[in-house]
Design a protein around this ligand. Sequence first.
Ligand code: NAP
Length: 329
Amino acid sequence: MRILISRPLPGGAADFLRRCGYQVTVLPDDRPQEQFQRELAQADGVICLLSDPMGAAVLAEAARLRAIATYAVGYNNIDIAACTRAGLPVTNTPDVLTDATADVAMILILMTMRRVPDAMRYLADGRFTGWKPDLLLGRDLRGKNLGIVGMGRIGQAVARRAEAFGMKIFYHTRSGPKPDLPWPHLSFDALLAEADVISIHVPLTDATRHLFGPAQLRRMKPGAVLINTARGPVVDEAALVEALASGHLAGAGLDVFEEEPKVHPGLWQHPNAVLLPHIGSGTLETRSEMGMMAARSLHEALSGRRAPFTVNPEVYDTPAWRQRLGSGA
Ligand code: NAP
């Protein structure tokens, strides 16, 4: 059976799959998207990335495909309903990337609260003439309110870290209060009004697209900062630029962008915008483990078993799934 890997992955995922007996094609980093789609038509299994659109039209061309493993926890690039209808299990890589991504959220909180981008530019521009009591004053984390939107794996990992810095934590999540968590649950509106820092950890869905639009940003506390390590389109970037330019918000820390890899030019103008190129899970250990997880899940699914971390488990045992497994080369 043939497996397609969208781009080279750190770690041993490709070798593992070869050892399992698959014919593995790893596409180069600089390949055009059309090459991925062409190769997909020949593949029995694929490890795709969050930057690979996997909509119904792409899937329709992939007649041999029996399983998809996405190298990410978020799967907003994949039409899951279409996959289920087509009998395709889709697996993702939760948990292993939680700590790495929560670390990046903390980096963004610290950098915006302490005005690090402004301070680095000040030094690089040769404006530093000596220590001054009021030079580039930031704000303490201790005692500040951190509002977490989306209190799942990563949201909780950020809460634990921020608590160690003395922040007061509250959260808003879709299903309401989680009795096992020690922090208060607030309505979305109350969280917007009370938080000095908001950190976003929801998946991108129809319900969360532009969850932070002009009205929500206006309801945030004057001088608050917004952190987004979830997905870019959860925030209306033009409205965020406006809120920063007007001085209503004091800063933004973004690892993700609305039209990745593009960054709204207005964001570069703000002295306290920390902008990172989607490196949330980007450590060697985490990315290697994500690859192994994707590879193991794909092997399970291609062997006709229920793969761990399947996001559409209802697909198993459907006639469409059986037909997919039975068809093939
Ligand atoms: P998770 O455990 O599924 O947590 C997501 C949380 O969001 C859940 O608590 C869920 O609520 C909540 N939620 C969903 N829809 C909501 C809504 N409309 N309003 C409020 N809350 C809502 O996922 P995770 O592992 O923490 O990952 C979160 C997201 O981070 C991923 O989907 C991915 O897009 C992003 N991510 C980014 C990077 C990066 O490199 N920057 C890395 C990893 C992940 P319930 O608990 O009520 O269901």
